[in-house]
Design a protein around this ligand. Structure first.
Ligand SMILES: *Cc1c(COP(=O)(O)O)cnc(C)c1O
Length: 378
């Protein structure tokens, strides 16, 4: 069976976990957490990065730090993971969904301005498949209307927009290191930001409402309860796993890019014949080979192709069901404007196996199997 995903394992993970155990330091914010943050600061040029227990939690922290209040409105695409919306719903916000670009499945930045009301407080671009949204336009709108920009860069770690790392362009950037993402720690994430003014509040929020982070740096002689907070810091065991992966990022990127390019080149004849549509990467974006998807004619064709591949021991999957059509989405949000692409395109999209240990022989088998699908006659 060719799985859809397998968590990457590059070789040093167990050694590092053992090291954490031997050093008697397995709770959070030890040497491995610091190394992971240092990697983000050096490699991605972010001023601050805090490792978190998930991207969901990083989004929740961003929602607090952006001071989202009950009744505030937050603009985002409907084609995304539930956490993108949930983090703001927890603060009492209303979600305003706008349509996506069919070429990238990213929020259509041209539709944002019309969705702004006097209650709007933030825009949440989601960099789908590690391909950047059109950030200049989004940042410009945010500046003109005084809105916060919170990037859901869960899939966009080590991908770029005009030379800048995704997650570092907005007020806040949120990463995921879940086992389905490019680099992983099982469950985990990070919150990135560039302004000094957020640091103290972010640290307190992450450390149960205490100034323990300051205490560890020797800036206060005891730590105490200073504000509301929660526990958003991951264990050193998880950070040790991630540290090994970040050190091997070039190797992971390279492997994923080879697979992505293989699919893209070898599925070209089917695209040229009009049977499928392949993802597009705009000029301004450097992607990270997070995902390879194709779009087929319609939902019915997709259901049959997924079943056809499964009979050939290949696991391909569909992706998000638009949030505005879900029970909670109807309760907490509304779709602004027409849903021209979100539903239609989401029903056509399917993701192919893509992970670090997938071989090019396996990718070749996937392509050959797709080409055998009876609908596709070359
Ligand atoms: C994976 C993902 C998340 C959630 O990440 P967790 O680390 O599992 O909380 C959020 N948004 C998007 C777009 C994702 O792909």
């Amino acid at each position: 069976m060719i799985d859809f995903n397998r968590p990457p394992y590059v070789g040093k993970e167990l050694e590092y976990i053992e090291e954490a155990v031997r050093e008697n330091k397995i709770c959070g914010d030890g040497a491995f957490t610091k190394k992971c943050s240092a990697w983000m600061e050096q490699e991605l040029h972010t001023k601050y990065s805090l490792l978190t227990t998930s991207c969901t939690h990083a989004l929740e922290m961003a929602s607090y730090l952006a001071d989202i209040q009950p009744g505030d409105e937050v603009i985002m695409p409907s084609y995304t993971f539930v956490s993108t919306a949930d983090a703001f719903v927890l603060r009492g916000a209303r979600i305003v969904f706008v349509d996506v670009h069919p070429e990238t499945m990213n929020i259509d930045e041209r539709l944002i301005e019309d969705a702004i009301t006097d209650k709007t407080r933030a825009i949440v671009p989601v960099h789908y498949a590690g391909v950047s949204c059109e950030m200049d336009t989004i940042l410009n709108i945010a500046e003109r209307y005084g809105l916060k920009v919170i990037e859901d860069a869960a899939q966009g770690v080590h991908a770029y927009y005009k030379g800048k790392a995704l997650g570092t362009l907005g007020d806040f950037g949120c990463f995921s290191f879940h086992e389905t993402k490019n680099y992983t720690m099982g469950e985990g994430g990070a919150l990135l930001f560039q302004e000094d003014k957020y640091l103290e509040k972010a640290e307190v929020l992450r450390e149960k409402g205490t100034d323990r982070s300051k205490f560890f740096r020797g800036q206060v002689d005891k730590y105490t309860w200073v504000d509301f907070g929660s526990s958003y810091l991951p264990s050193e065991l998880n950070a040790a796993y991630l540290c090994a992966q970040l050190e091997a990022c070039a190797e992971i990127d390279h492997k994923r890019m080879d697979i992505w390019n293989y699919y893209h080149d070898n599925l070209k004849p089917l695209a040229e014949a009009g049977y499928i549509v392949r993802p597009e990467v705009p000029e301004y974006a450097v992607h990270n080979a997070h995902m390879y998807y194709i779009k087929v004619k319609d939902l019915e064709t997709r259901t049959r192709l997924i079943a056809f591949l499964r009979e050939r021991q290949i696991c391909s999957v569909f992706h998000y069901i638009p949030l505005h059509s879900s029970k909670a989405g109807k309760k907490f949000g509304r779709f602004h404007g027409d849903d021209i692409y979100t539903t239609k395109e989401s029903e056509r999209l399917m993701r192919l196996p893509m992970y670090y240990s997938l071989t090019l022989e396996e990718a070749a088998y996937v392509v050959a199997s797709i080409r055998e699908f009876p609908d596709f006659r070359l």
